[in-house]
Design a protein around this ligand. Structure first.
Ligand code: TXA
Ligand code: MG
Length: 321
């Protein structure tokens, strides 16, 4: 059994494993991450190996504070403004590497930019501090699978490939961090998340573009990949139901023919239509419905605004064949 509930002793054990070049799964407020010492290339290579992640797709480096980060990256005014507003928290900034940055080139896939985040999760912060090094950490699932929001999801996906999974409840936000490129004249969102374009616009004073990378040469290598895919087909914007399907509902189901399905086959992301609640339930519910052997997961329409943009981005990738 590799899952251990968080205690001070377990935090020290995690830090020792990380310092010795091993990978450890850790909780964050967004999703569970598979962490390794970002300055140790061999340790980072294990992350790619365990996940089956293509080496062209760079990783996010996690810091316990803005002051720890200053040694590794150069932050311009846009970065500092967003950092002041949203860190610690569910935001990743794409910034320039500093000249003497010690982060391994495997983390950044040899780009001259680097993805950085200061998570707000107390256990994540304590583990980074105890390891005394930035931690590279993608979501702790096999590449292409639904991201893990609980320690048991990590175990289901990666099992014995990970020496230690530090368990600390379910990830509150449930969607990966908002990724924002701040290297250009204006900030651009490359991966929508719970910090929305409107939230960024409020801080920066101009309207912030979301670039989902629907081209052959996206700005973020991760945009090339199919993601978040359950093995059951996903049918979006469903207004009807077929025998044998399951339903991922949102808001009122008054106009859905739900009597066609057993109760076990229906999960509601948020009965009150709260998009943040829906985000936190999304990956866990997709995993549950995926276990039913239904012919498809029918998903009700979700408003494409605010956090709904991030939810729809993940669902669209989940539905891709
Ligand atoms: O919430 C999260 O962000 C979680 C937790 C564990 O922190 N981590 C996570 O990491 O989702 P990952 O590796 O699954 O996603 C990192 C994304 C990828 O889409 C990658 O392509 C992009 O960030 N990325 C990393 N470095 C980049 C860079 N230098 N330029 C553009 N995109 C980059
Ligand atoms: Mg991921």
């Amino acid at each position: 059994m590799t899952i251990k509930s968080v205690t001070d002793v377990v935090i020290q054990e995690a830090a020792a494993l990380l310092r010795s070049g091993e990978c450890v799964a850790i909780p964050t407020e967004t999703v569970y991450g598979l962490a390794a010492d970002a300055c140790n290339g061999e340790a980072v290579a294990k992350i790619y190996d365990i996940k089956g992640r293509p080496s062209f797709n760079p990783l996010i480096s996690h810091f316990d504070s803005l002051s720890m980060l200053q040694d590794y990256a150069d932050l311009n005014d846009t970065a500092l403004a967003l950092a002041a507003a949203f860190w610690p928290g569910p935001m990743t900034l794409i910034v320039k590497r500093s000249e003497n940055c010690k982060i391994s080139e495997i983390v950044t896939a040899e780009l001259d930019t680097i993805a950085v985040r200061v998570p707000s999760h107390k256990t994540a912060q304590k583990i980074i501090r105890a390891a005394n090094t930035p931690l590279a950490a993608p979501s702790a699932n096999a590449s292409g699978e639904v991201s893990p929001t609980a320690a048991t999801h990590v175990q289901d996906s990666l099992g014995s490939k990970v020496k230690l999974i530090v368990a600390d409840g379910s990830a509150k936000i449930g969607l990966e961090s908002t990724v924002i490129d701040v290297t250009g004249a204006e900030a651009i969102i490359l991966r929508p998340g719970s910090i929305t374009a409107e939230d960024c616009a409020d801080v920066l004073g101009y309207s912030v573009t979301i670039d989902l990378g629907d081209t052959d040469t996206p700005k973020s290598p991760g945009q090339l990949l199919k993601h978040y895919a359950p093995s059951t087909p996903v049918r979006l914007k469903s207004y009807d139901l077929k025998e044998g399907e399951s339903l991922l509902a949102f808001g009122s189901t008054k106009f859905m023919p739900v009597s066609k399905l057993p109760d076990t086959h229906i999960l509601n992301l948020s009965e009150t239509g709260d998009l943040y609640e829906a985000a936190s339930n999304l990956f866990g519910y997709l995993r549950k419905l995926d276990k039913l052997n239904a012919t498809a997961i029918a998903v009700m329409d979700i408003p494409n605004q605010g956090v709904g943009i991030a939810i729809n981005d993940r669902l669209k990738r989940a539905a891709e064949k």
